[in-house]
Design a protein around this ligand. Structure first.
Ligand code: MIG
Length: 600
């Protein structure tokens, strides 16, 4: 073993002038990755997230080629640092790795949706999340005390803004020790969690992998006694600085360690927790390389490998340990896990948020292709920090971002220490009315959105889609990065610039109805659409049926009534009903409705 033993491997393929490339997990820049060169190496990037930075928190060495409407995919199953070069030549592209072998799967398509089905058949699909996980979530680094959390929840209640979850960032812990609560800030967490649950709100604590080196701390003691920490070949434990100071890192490549970590979640589950937030699991370390020493040798259940080889799966395996640990403890309730780092297959365990973005309009713009490409990469449950994490947001940006967030699969407002508060009411009454309107809209649209989650969990086809998935042969959508679809018949075309209340909207083949005004537009054309600050441009395809529910305080409140909005089309298309079955609404070819159905 040693560095010299790991030779670089590379595979070249012909590139056609009509090839366009999608997927690649969590990447900056636009939708179509032709002309980009991208590295897969899980990295904690506080700043900047811009087109020059191509390695972020997630590494998914997979992409889809679409050529004149026909698609195929390639999954390069290599956990080393990999590079995808769709830039250096017009005739060839390549993918390479620092080590390992050229082992890749070709997913034959022929449609883009087929490729996603095939890829997710191979790497796994998202389990249907609990409904509360797709409601509106509020976070802040940090809500530092129990009183602050209670006051926050009371404000949501007073203002009648729906809320499903509150996040506890690192300040809830005793000196950043995972599996502890600070006794002064959070004297009675079990009571807090129970009281919030009575209000229909879940509490999601953050859990980082770093375990503080402290001989008086039980998690550290257990880790040492059980031989759970990452170490060098000579047996010396690797230590690195993270929030708790000098820390050791569980070796999630071993099943015994994953089980131990899973069991540790009794601590949270006993207090009523049903969701966990994993951060810093690239793993991030405060040093020059920003991660663990590559010479660390992971146990890997008896097949030892260096951190150089297994770095990209550390977060995935932490997710597996956490998700399975929660699942075993929740008596049949579905767990929720949010993660920052991951590898191909991360969707089996966790939702993904796109890390430390900033309160820039550019980052609102970038979040859309980033999430669409994550969806193509098998990760349907994703979203950015709404309002932006670092930097100070503005009322206008928060309003526009909340409009987008209402339709991204994961919908959480989160902001950093030392930035202005960005809860929905922080920017005056006008902005509050807008953020409230769109958080409410999320709940009204919940039956439809939840049905799409069900579809994604069954087939892998994402909730949030580029138009390309539905219209793969339409050249106008090959790189359309500022519009997205929810399912196959709704287009969201948000305003993504300050001081704008008009935009050009491309609508593909078909006839489209403005959700707000009922106005009709013909497809395969650009339209200039007006959208004042309180309007998110939304278009429904003629022929669609949309199931909508009602405003409510949280998803714990059941819909008393679901309304089917039918957008009849004269071309006599078939209509599919949505049927209630026990829990979620699912799409079924239940009954054929004719165009005379209830008009919207
Ligand atoms: O080094 O826990 O991306 O969401 O608020 C920063 C504090 C650590 C980074 C996460 C962010 C979180 C923050 N964390």
């Amino acid at each position: 073993m040693g560095h010299s033993a790991t030779g670089e491997v590379i595979c070249y393929k012909e590139m056609d002038k009509d090839d366009h490339f999608y997927g690649f997990g969590e990447k900056t820049s636009f939708l179509d990755k032709r002309g980009e060169k991208m590295t897969m190496w899980n990295s904690d990037v506080f700043a900047p997230h811009n087109p020059e930075i191509d390695a972020l928190y997630e590494s998914i060495p997979y992409f889809m080629t679409v050529n004149k409407g026909k698609a195929h995919g390639i999954f390069f199953d290599n956990t080393f640092k990999t590079v995808f070069d769709m830039k250096s030549s017009d005739e060839t592209y390549s993918f390479s790795a620092e080590g390992g072998v050229i082992n890749y799967y070709v997913l034959a398509g022929p449609s883009p949706k087929d490729v996603i089905k095939q890829y997710s058949y191979l790497t796994g699909r998202m389990p249907l999340p609990p409904k509360w996980a797709i409601g509106y979530h509020q976070s802040r680094y940090s809500y530092e005390t129990e009183d602050e959390v209670r006051e926050l929840v009371q404000t949501f209640k007073d203002k009648q803004i729906p809320l499903d979850a509150v996040y506890l960032d690192i300040h809830y812990m005793n000196g950043y020790r995972v599996f502890t609560f600070d006794e002064e800030r959070y004297p009675n967490p079990g009571q807090l969690i129970a009281d919030l649950k009575n209000e229909g709100i879940h509490v999601v604590p953050i859990v980082d992998p770093g375990v503080k080196v402290d001989p008086e701390y039980s998690t550290y003691q257990e880790g040492i006694q059980g031989d759970h920490f990452c170490k060098y070949m000579d047996g010396k434990i690797y230590n690195g600085d993270v929030w708790p100071g000098n820390s050791a890192f569980p070796d999630f490549t071993n099943e015994t360690t994953r089980n131990w970590w899973g069991e540790k979640h009794d601590f949270y589950v006993d207090k009523g927790v049903e969701g966990i937030w994993n951060d810093m699991n690239e793993p991030a370390v405060f040093n020059e390389t920003k991660t663990m020493d590559l010479a660390v040798v992971h146990g890997n259940d008896g097949y030892p490998k260096t951190h150089r080889e297994l770095h990209n799966v550390y977060g995935l395996l932490m997710g597996k340990a956490t998700y399975e640990g929660l699942q075993e403890r929740l008596n049949g309730k579905r767990p929720f896990l949010l993660t920052r780092a991951g590898y191909a297959g991360v969707q089996r365990y966790a939702a993904v948020w796109t890390g430390d973005n900033r309160s820039f309009w550019e980052h609102l713009q970038m979040a859309i292709p980033m999430c669409m490409n994550l969806g193509i990469s098998g990760v349907p449950f994703c979203g950015p920090d709404v309002g932006g994490f670092a930097h100070d947001t503005t009322g206008e940006l928060l309003a526009r971002w909340t409009q987008v967030g209402a339709f991204t699969p994961f919908f959480r407002n989160h902001s950093a220490l030392d930035t202005v508060q960005q809860e929905p009411w922080e920017f005056g009454e006008d902005i509050e009315a807008i953020t409230k309107k769109y958080i409410n809209l999320r709940y009204i649209w919940m039956p439809h959105i939840y049905s799409l989650f069900k579809e994604a969990s069954d087939t892998g086809v994402p909730v949030m889609r580029p138009l390309l998935l539905e219209y793969p042969a339409d050249p106008e959508v090959f790189n359309l990065s500022d519009e997205f679809m929810i399912g196959d018949s709704v287009i969201i075309a948000p305003i993504l610039h300050p001081d704008k209340n008009h935009r050009a909207v491309y609508l593909p083949k078909g006839t489209w109805i403005n959700y707000w005004t009922g106005e009709e537009y013909s497809g395969q054309e650009y339209h200039l659409v007006k959208a004042n600050l309180d309007t998110l441009p939304m278009f429904i395809k003629k022929g669609a049926i949309i199931a909508l529910g009602q405003e409510k305080r949280s998803t714990e409140e059941k819909d008393k009534r679901v309304t089917f909005h039918v957008y009849p089309s004269m071309d006599g298309g078939d209509y599919f009903f949505m049927k209630m079955t026990g829990g979620p609404l699912i799409t079924r070819k239940e009954r054929l409705l004719k165009a005379m159905c209830v008009m919207k």
